[in-house]
Design a binder for this molecule. Structure first.
Ligand code: PHE
Length: 454
């Protein structure tokens, strides 16, 4: 069977950027930066981007391009059975993430409709937990299906799996070519509107004000690395899969820099938009920005609805655009993460794309129904915590240590990338991967383990 390929270079970049830009950029980044030193966070952030994010992205692009397979097959071709498991591990992490990532997109989709007439009312917190999620008092209780979540969830999976069925070029590439430019335009409108609100400056001051003490705090560095991994979708086997569809003649390093900088620019923009809006809300209520800032689902689904309620004019439109941007950003990431295990299954078992989509995607969709029941939020918290803390960082750490020190493939891969790329990799690349990243990530894992045991 001939291997699928991207139609154009721009198509590949759109797809990689589509994978990177996701829910994490819009709601995760603003809050993480604010919590971890504000303006000063950019120092560890840039350090992590340049020494881990982009170098690992280059590594994964090179592996996929060179070995032309999904993650397990690529690692197998690189060094046989002793490397293949690493690919499977990343594939499993991806599978688990896709199961709950889809649920949040479903919420965003539903909230796009609520936004039209602010159906969430004034008490947006009670609305989210009691009315929309129908959470009982007992955590972890599962009960009936909550139809308000189930229907959009079914839609999210139908769209995603439908796109994957259409193939790499006609499905994933074509969808990203429409979704990503639309997302950028919508998001620019939101940000421009947000920074012209009363009180926007107050929000931006709170966001950018540097707390330089934070730089001395190791957990801030850990947060920067963790965020870069999640945000760039590296160490999930995704970028290996996507680059395995590159034509032979492709530039690797250039594409990685474009993807990395596009992703960071987008999240910087998101931080500006979100904090401008938070400043507006603080000014309306006469409180400090710190009093209205919230993390996680609270920011998008509790605080933003309140901001939309108080919005001066056209608030329905602003609300719809905001939740639509979350939905679009999420869908392009969900596609990439699902393609990762679809490709792995289809190669391992020699089945068609259709069967792999039906089996892998179908299974993920079925499991995600658990989250559409009462008590679903409880599973979501658990999954998010364990996967983010252990899954991703562990794959990232083991990936770099394996490639550089155990399998000793760094030079080989460097030559492969250099032969086809404009920007030439030098010693910094191997040093970042082989020394800096393992030290920081090793420290991170060790610290987390200790925290969890104590
Ligand atoms: N990079 C995506 C985001 O920022 C999240 C993601 C992680 C997507 C892993 C796919 C895989 O939201």
């Amino acid at each position: 069977m001939e291997r699928s390929q991207w139609g154009t270079r721009a198509g590949f970049i759109m797809a990689a950027v589509g994978s990177a830009i996701g829910l994490g950029n819009i709601w995760r980044f603003p809050y993480v930066a604010y919590e971890n030193g504000g303006g000063a966070f950019f120092i560890p952030y840039l350090f992590a981007l340049l020494t881990a994010g982009i170098p690992i992205l280059i590594l994964e692009f090179t592996i996929g391009h060179r070995y032309r397979g999904s993650a397990p097959l690529s690692f197998f071709r690189m060094s046989g059975k002793k490397a293949e498991w690493l690919g499977w591990w990343a594939v499993i992490v991806s599978f688990v993430i896709s199961v709950y990532y889809a649920v949040i997109i479903a919420w965003a989709m539903r909230y796009t409709i609520f936004a039209i007439n602010q159906a969430w009312g004034t008490d947006t917190e009670t609305f989210l937990f009691a009315d929309f999620l129908q959470l009982g008092d007992v955590p972890g209780q599962t009960g009936d299906i909550v139809w308000g979540i189930f229907i959009p969830l079914a839609l999210v999976w139908a769209i995603t799996l439908g796109i994957l069925l259409a193939g790499v070029k006609k499905g994933i590439e074509a969808a990203n070519r429409i979704f990503i430019p639309t997302l950028v335009v919508i998001f620019l409108i939101i940000v421009i509107r947000a920074v012209t609100l009363d009180g926007a400056m107050m929000g931006l001051n709170a966001f950018f004000e540097p707390n330089f003490d934070a730089i001395m705090d190791p957990s801030v560095w850990v947060a920067a690395y963790g965020h870069i991994f999640f945000s760039l979708s590296v160490a999930f086997a995704i970028m290996i899969t996507y680059s395995s569809y590159l034509p032979k003649k492709s530039d690797i390093t250039n594409n990685a820099f474009i993807t990395g900088f596009a992703n960071s620019s987008f999240e910087l923009l998101a931080g500006i938009g979100v904090f401008a809006a938070l400043g507006f809300m603080a000014a309306q209520s006469g409180v400090e920005v710190a009093d209205v800032a919230a993390g996680g689902v609270g920011l998008a689904f509790v605080v933003f609805p309140q901001i939309i309620n108080q919005f001066p004019g056209l608030n329905g439109l602003f609300g719809v655009l905001f939740f639509l941007s979350l939905t679009l950003a999420g869908l392009t990431s969900l596609m990439s993460i699902t393609e990762t295990y679809v490709a792995a299954i289809s190669e391992k078992f020699g089945t068609s794309r259709r069967k792999a989509v039906a089996f892998g995607g179908g299974l993920a969709a079925l499991i995600s129904i658990l989250f559409a029941t009462q008590g679903g939020l409880y599973f979501l918290d658990l999954a998010d915590y364990y996967i983010n803390q252990f899954g991703v960082a562990a794959v990232g750490l083991i990936e770099v240590v394996m490639v550089v020190w155990v399998l000793r493939k760094a030079d080989n891969l460097k030559n492969h990338a250099n032969a086809i790329s404009d920007i030439q990799l030098g010693g910094w690349w191997k040093f970042s991967l082989g020394v800096i990243t393992p030290i920081v990530l090793g420290y991170m894992m060790f610290g987390l383990l200790r925290l969890n045991i104590l």
